[in-house]
Write a protein that binds this ligand. Structure first.
Ligand SMILES: C[S@@+](CC[C@H](N)C(=O)[O-])C[C@H]1O[C@@H](n2cnc3c(N)ncnc32)[C@H](O)[C@@H]1O
Length: 274
């Protein structure tokens, strides 16, 4: 969940949020919070590593996109790229990545970190629900916690990814593990007791004094996510639930070594374009 401190603290609630309201809230929230996000998590993410989530699973060891050697020369789209750390790793493997994000400020951090390497990674400011690319432009698409948890209509995103991928292309994305929806978003023992229904899909919304959403997260159950993947035109190849490794002592919001040893924190969907 969000960690932003507001002048007047936004009120957290559960209510419906349309695609347009969710997109508006995400753009605003990530523009306002990109500096804090990169300052809090930039060291863990590394400037040019590809980390799938707070557990620290690294694509260099996981190989979910294929072997590092097989990435050479491929056109890769990263969705919700933030400061494009993953894309820089992809470029280092010889791929041709495009890092897309709807937050201008996140992409400015990509420029800051990338420095003279930036030409190796093309940056695009756009919404994942309407990708500004021709059909069949990419061999691979990926996303580490980018966009998918924040959109009201993930099938629309998947259809767009399907459209811009070439036949047989992989689409690999990580999201908050759906099981966590039932637990308070706390790293300590208070985050270990079920407090809400796993089956309640009502979005988590933080709203300002006028009632406008300033942060939105959408919940899908594991079954919903599988059905969404299929509805988007993909075949599910694997569902990876990274375990918390012994070396990782770092908390990230509600993700912690304590909870990580007991419940899954991240779900990574490995899909192939049908
Ligand atoms: C949790 S951050 C992850 C960023 C990066 N992948 C990382 O691991 O640091 C989520 C990112 O998704 C972006 N995002 C949220 N909704 C989006 C949308 N509808 N379209 C494109 N990007 C979106 C945000 O701006 C933010 O940069």
């Amino acid at each position: 969940m969000s960690q932003e401190i507001y002048a007047a603290e936004p009120a957290a609630t559960r209510r419906e949020a349309s695609e347009a309201e969710s997109s508006r809230a995400s753009r605003g929230w990530w523009n306002r919070n990109a500096d804090e996000y990169q300052s809090d998590h930039g060291a863990f993410l590394g400037d040019d590593r590809f980390v799938w989530g707070p557990e620290g699973l690294d694509e260099a060891e996981a190989g979910l996109l294929g072997s590092a050697a097989s990435l050479r020369g491929l056109d890769v789209l990263e969705i919700g790229a933030g400061a494009a750390q993953c894309s820089r790793w992809l470029a280092a493997q010889g791929a041709r990545p495009v890092a897309l994000d709807l937050s201008h400020r996140q992409l400015q951090h990509a420029l800051r970190i990338g420095g003279s390497d930036v030409p190796a990674v093309r940056l695009v400011e756009a919404d994942a629900g309407m990708l500004p690319f021709r059909d069949g432009s990419f061999d691979l698409a990926c996303s580490a916690y980018g966009a998918v948890p924040f959109v009201a209509d993930p099938v629309q995103v998947f259809r767009e990814v399907h459209r811009v991928l070439r036949p047989g292309g992989r689409w690999v994305f990580s999201v908050t593990h759906p099981v966590r929806w039932a637990f308070p978003d706390e790293p300590g023992p208070e985050g270990l007791s079920v407090a809400a229904s796993y089956f309640d899909r009502t979005p988590y919304v933080e709203q300002d004094e006028r009632g406008d959403a300033v942060y939105v997260e959408h919940h899908r159950t594991l079954g919903d996510r599988v059905r969404d993947v299929v509805a988007g035109g993909f075949r599910l190849v694997d569902l990876v639930e990274p375990e918390w490794p012994a070396w990782n002592h770092q908390e990230w919001g509600g993700w912690s070594p304590l909870r990580g040893s007991l419940i899954p924190g991240t779900a990574i969907f490995v899909c192939e374009r049908a």
